[in-house]
Design a protein around this ligand. Structure first.
Ligand code: COA
Length: 352
């Protein structure tokens, strides 16, 4: 589970470079974002748990995070981000052929958030799928959506990353509650002009360290009961240093592999949208990937780790800030419980 092993796992992915001409390419035609209003600062948090603003900022880079209102569930956040992404892409909900939602915090076990979203958006009765790959879920969702377009099953696909992690956070556990936040980001994928859009994907998973980051109760192994609640097993449990050690190797390895599959190298990269888990993980990933940190978009200081929403929200803000222009080449890369990781190379723009 430690360093050497991570490298082997990522390296053991298929060696073959998938030709970029297979099927129709796809790209991001529009983005959306929703941030709950409530801001919880470190200073405020330090009044309820034994920590300090200084400790949190130094170890994680986080200054504050958003917390969903009591009336807001994950599908409410997802809906607002999705609406904006549809407007930005210039498509109607009735144009959607497939709805994919990445989330670790669905409104309920079933039906899926994607189904709830289909109804709320007024989409046709198209395929609806929740992707469960923890923080990697959005990049996994992009891969599923890209595959649907490339294979001709869909033309317009909505991919959302939405989380209400505050609902599964133990606010008395200072080792985890400082890290997480709530929000949602969304992307509409459409066919791309040749040479634009997604150039490669690299997904990975390693279930050998399930206890490093997990939420044990509420599933079929340990159904929710009075006892599981009393023991706090419905909250995120994490071995922070173990997760850290794995992440700093898996993230750059996945990004490098996505670049290799696109026949690109670090010098070709104009921007990187990393999973916003911890500023030190991002800094270490930049060094290992040999891409200047200035090319990494960072907003972890404002939102903390928002799991599946982290990459789409960062991507949204990077575009809004003018950091990503048509034709620029970038990498989206993420990492999460499982462990899971995912990266893709993209040449920005080119929607048909
Ligand atoms: N405030 C103050 N002290 C804290 C604290 C907090 N919020 N949380 C932990 N500590 C203390 C610990 O009790 C420990 O004290 P000790 O030395 O007396 O035992 C000390 O700080 C160091 O703890 P440690 O867990 O080794 O700190 P760290 O430098 O590894 O930072 C994390 C902890 C969680 C910030 C870091 O491990 C991390 O970011 N891991 C990755 C988590 C992650 O990204 N998860 C999601 C992946 S998608």
């Amino acid at each position: 589970m430690r360093p050497r092993r991570t490298a082997v796992l990522v390296d053991s992915a298929p060696r073959r470079v998938v030709p970029r001409t297979i099927g129709v390419g796809s790209t991001i035609a529009g983005l959306g974002c929703y941030l709950p209003e409530r801001v919880l600062t470190n200073v405020e948090l330090a009044k309820t748990v034994d920590t300090t603003d200084e400790w949190i900022q130094r170890r994680t880079g986080v200054r504050e995070r958003r917390i969903a209102a009591a009336s807001e569930a994950t599908s409410d956040l997802a809906y607002k981000a999705a609406r904006e992404s549809l407007r930005a892409a210039g498509v109607a909900a009735t144009d959607l052929d497939f709805i994919v939602v990445g989330t670790t915090t669905p409104d309920m076990v079933f039906p899926s958030v994607a189904c709830l979203l289909q109804k709320r958006l007024g989409a046709r009765p198209v395929g609806c799928l929740d992707v469960s790959a923890a923080c990697s879920s959005f990049v996994y969702g992009l891969s599923v959506a890209h595959g649907a377009i490339a294979s001709g099953q869909a033309e317009t696909v909505l991919v959302v990353g939405a989380e209400t992690l505050s609902r599964i956070t133990n606010w008395r556990d200072r080792t985890t509650c400082i890290l997480f936040g709530d929000c949602a980001g969304a992307a509409v994928l459409r066919p791309a002009r040749p040479g634009h859009g997604f150039l490669s994907f690299c997904l990975g998973g390693d279930g050998s360290a399930e206890e490093a980051m997990c939420l044990t109760a509420g599933g079929s192994r340990r159904p929710a009961s009075f006892e599981t609640v009393e023991r706090g097993e419905h909250y995120i449990s994490m071995k922070g240093p173990d997760v850290y050690q794995y992440a700093v190797r898996a993230i750059p390895a996945a990004a490098a592999e996505a670049l290799r599959r696109a026949e690109l190298g670090p010098a070709d990269v104009d921007f990187v949208i990393p999973h916003q888990a911890n500023i030190r993980i991002i800094q270490s990933s930049a060094r290992r990937l040999r891409v200047p940190l200035s090319k990494f978009f960072i907003n972890v200081q404002r939102y903390g780790n928002t799991s599946a929403a982290s990459v789409p929200v960062a991507l949204y803000e990077a575009v809004q800030a003018g950091r990503i222009e048509e034709g620029r080449v970038g990498v989206l890369v993420t990492f999460g419980a499982g462990y899971t990781w995912g990266a893709c190379a993209i040449r920005w723009g080119g929607a048909c």
